[in-house]
Design a protein around this ligand. Structure first.
Ligand code: NCD
Length: 344
């Protein structure tokens, strides 16, 4: 593993599989009554958030805390950033406080890369979403969710009960993933295209022509404008939020028209194969890209994706910071023998 996690495009297949397999182990910790490991005791993780976030910020916080790290949450709103402080000066402050890892979300594409290569800080940098560029831990948690539902069954049937070491390889090779909606503004789509291709899946993007990025022909995926046509062959359908906060023009006539052509509703979902899942990174615009009926159906993994996000972020922080210590001790340490308890 490299020292930083900036982009899904940087991950080799081995890196990605290592993170996914480590996350499976971390997920087992969540099933214990005490959901905590001592692995990162004494380490400091800073969450540096320049953009609004619910899921990603609390997920990184929960992940770091479950590994016993000290967590400092920094939100640009209400900080000296509103007084004009630069990323550099903020970074130097974090370095002075001894941050071992900085998890950064920024509205500017490339900000995490700048932080990682600037020499301002010595710790690991984790990209928690930069502008319209990348969101690698989201792609990892999406792949983790798909692997749990889809991997390994050549007939495409569900494989919920299979696990690591079961001979299936838990591979996404040949799985068909359809990503639908505002691809132009979506760092989630970019990271997913890179990671899923690395893992052997086949990705199709579906969007109105105005929301397809320039240069998409160089991406390792297909593009379609007809959602109904691709649904019957999809193993997973990932709906994207329409990102109004990043839009500076009218990209479609009306919300109604968008929902009619690119929204997922019950009748459309019925066109998907029985084993296929519906995904959404959140936050959802119910009634726009997804109806409440679909969002609340058992086929929608949105809530499960949040749960899996904690395991993925635990795995990423552990692999970046944890060094050579095993993440999880094979067996709990035997209680120390003391004078009182030892038998003569
Ligand atoms: C995404 C993001 O922030 O890029 N959400 C997330 O991290 N769960 C997608 C979005 O905002 O629509």
């Amino acid at each position: 593993m490299k020292r930083h996690l900036i982009s899904a495009a940087d991950l080799t297949r081995d890196d990605a599989v290592l993170i996914l397999d480590t996350a499976e182990e971390m997920a087992r910790v969540a099933d214990r009554p005490i959901k905590k490991l001592p692995t990162l005791r004494g380490r400091t993780v800073v969450n540096l958030f320049y953009e609004d976030s619910t899921r990603t910020r609390i997920s990184f916080e929960a992940a770091a805390k479950r590994l016993s790290a000290d967590v400092i949450n920094f939100s640009a709103k209400g900080s000296s950033v509103s007084k004009g402080e630069s990323l550099k000066d903020t970074a130097l402050t974090l370095e002075a406080m001894g941050a071992d890892a900085v998890v950064i979300r920024h509205h500017t594409s490339g900000a995490p890369h700048r932080l990682a290569t600037s020499g301002w800080i010595n710790g690991s940098v984790v990209n928690a979403g930069d502008g319209t560029h990348e969101h690698p831990t989201q792609a990892l948690l999406d792949a983790f969710t798909m692997r749990r539902h889809l991997a390994g069954a050549p007939d495409g049937g569900p494989t919920h009960h299979r696990g690591p070491g079961d001979g299936t390889g838990r591979d996404l090779a040949g799985r068909k993933v359809t990503i639908v909606g505002d691809v132009l503004h979506s760092r989630v789509a970019r990271s997913n295209v890179h990671l899923l291709t690395t893992l052997g899946a086949e990705v199709t993007l579906v969007a109105p022509p105005t929301l397809v990025p320039i240069g998409v022909e160089h991406w390792p995926c297909e593009v379609s404008y007809d959602l109904d046509a691709v649904l019957p062959t999809s193993d997973a359908v990932m709906m994207l939020r329409v990102q109004r906060e990043r839009m500076n023009a009218a990209f479609f006539p009306t919300e109604r028209e968008y929902a009619r052509r690119y929204g997922l509703h019950g009748a459309r979902m019925a066109r998907m194969p029985e084993h296929a899942i519906v995904m959404h990174p959140g936050p959802m615009n119910r009634g726009m890209e997804i109806t409440a009926e679909v969002a609340d159906s058992t086929r929608c993994t949105a809530v499960e994706q949040v749960t899996n996000g904690v395991s993925i972020r635990m795995a990423a922080l552990y692999l970046l910071l944890g060094g050579n210590e095993p993440a999880i001790a094979a067996a709990p340490p035997a209680p120390a023998r003391t004078e009182e308890t030892s038998t003569p």
